[in-house]
Design a protein around this ligand. Structure first.
Ligand code: AMP
Length: 389
């Protein structure tokens, strides 16, 4: 039964208001890019974000659009006190980001004054321009010149955005950044964007914020999805256990990593496998560090055939080659699907990824496939005789 894609992510579904969505369509932005899907909803909720994405990914709109929407609801600005501060490494990027802010702010009912400043040009007009500024886009050096001449104050900044932060560090702006950080209020939203994730950048992130939502597009690029043979079964919840045991006992795969969406379910699935004489263990966040380590080692050494895990631990499972991954329950996000199946099919060896799709999860599964630009046949498991499993 081939799947047909009728579900498309839209800017409206991400929570942007209709006039803005219409302005986006006028500019040729019909469908949100992955970074926009991942970043817009949490930014609207005033969460902190660490986004690892290159130019060309659509990262600018991913922070400009929700920031503009949030500004519609904020208090009236005080003079020379921007509410949103965007720090960028170069004049070119400042102009580009400023242009996107200006373009889309026109679509919203409340006027938002956006000002872009950078070095290499006369400072006087920029000083005058600080009157009534709400969004200030600046390169670090010129921003501090304006602060030192008291043309602008950073004490009302509610959202701090650092774009191409890796480039800022590479260009030697670390001291300037530290000073800027000392001038903005401690209580604020932080959005940190970088093309790469280096130790220096992680250091900057720790100074800025703890526990940000991490959106890492560079990981997905590395997963060799093409090498993985993917298939899916339409299966009711009651028949998932028998189907798993059927696949496990078919002996096609030496070892299997199974994903569930909760620790409780992981234990439950592993228990049932053991009761059926299959060596299995589970690992999840509620297990002690030593129990997790023990289970993982037993799996690595080949002493257990099936390891059942939750997403939380999927990134920590570093196994050279895994022949088969089974999604007993579907991951919440399309990104997690790639993380999970990326456990198999590394380098030149190919692996198998099988997803169990219950009828009520079919729509969600279609979104996962569409977001990851995947297509696969959905096998109707009711044709399988699972008696005895
Ligand atoms: P950026 O990575 O922010 O530099 O954006 C790369 C380019 O993609 C820019 O020219 C944007 O105008 C364009 N762009 C960003 N998001 C979308 C979208 N959802 N649909 C079409 N074009 C987009």
């Amino acid at each position: 039964m081939p799947l047909n894609y009728t579900i498309t992510m839209t800017f409206l579904k991400l929570g942007l208001p209709k006039p803005l969505v219409e302005a986006l369509a006028d500019e040729g932005y019909q469908t949100p890019y992955p970074i926009q899907v991942a970043a817009i909803p949490p930014i609207l909720k005033k969460k902190n974000i660490l986004g690892i994405a290159k130019t060309g990914s659509g990262k600018t709109a991913s922070f400009v659009l929700p920031t503009l929407v949030n500004l519609q609801k904020s208090n009236a600005p005080k003079n020379r006190e921007p509410q949103v501060l965007v720090v960028v490494p170069t004049r070119e990027l400042a102009i580009q980001v400023g242009g996107v802010f200006q373009l889309f702010s026109k679509a919203l009912p409340n006027y938002i004054k956006t000002v872009t400043v950078y070095g290499g040009v006369s400072i006087n007009p920029q000083m005058i321009g600080m009157n009534g500024v709400q969004v200030l886009i600046a390169t670090p050096g010129r921003l501090l010149d304006l602060v030192d001449s008291k043309a602008v104050h950073l004490s009302a900044v509610e959202t701090l955005i650092l774009d191409e932060a890796d480039k800022m560090l590479n260009l030697g702006f670390k001291e300037e950044m530290n000073r800027i950080l000392s001038l903005v209020p401690k209580q604020r939203q932080n959005l940190l964007f970088s093309a790469t994730l280096s130790p220096a950048l992680e250091g900057l992130q720790r100074i800025l914020m703890s526990n940000p939502i991490v959106i890492n597009l560079s990981i997905e690029e590395k997963v060799a999805v093409d090498l993985i043979e993917q298939s899916s079964y339409l299966v009711t919840d009651e028949r998932k256990g028998p189907l798993l045991r059927y696949l496990t006992q078919s002996n096609a795969y030496a070892q299997i990593l199974v994903f569930t969406s909760s620790g409780y379910k992981a234990d439950n699935v592993a228990d049932k496998l053991r009761k059926n004489g299959i060596k299995a263990s589970s690992i999840h966040g509620k297990k002690s560090q030593s129990a997790r380590k023990k289970a993982l080692e037993a799996f690595k050494e080949g002493n257990i055939k099936v390891l059942v895990a939750t997403d939380l631990l999927s990134r920590g499972i570093d196994i050279a080659f895994l022949p088969c991954v089974i999604n007993y329950e579907l991951p919440r996000s399309p990104k997690d699907y790639v993380h999970r199946i990326g456990r198999t099919g590394r380098a030149e060896s190919s692996g198998v990824a099988i997803s169990f799709v219950s009828p009520d999860q079919l729509a969600h599964f279609k979104i996962i496939l569409k977001k990851n630009k995947l297509w696969m046949e959905l096998i109707d498991s009711s044709v399988l005789d699972l008696h005895g499993y």
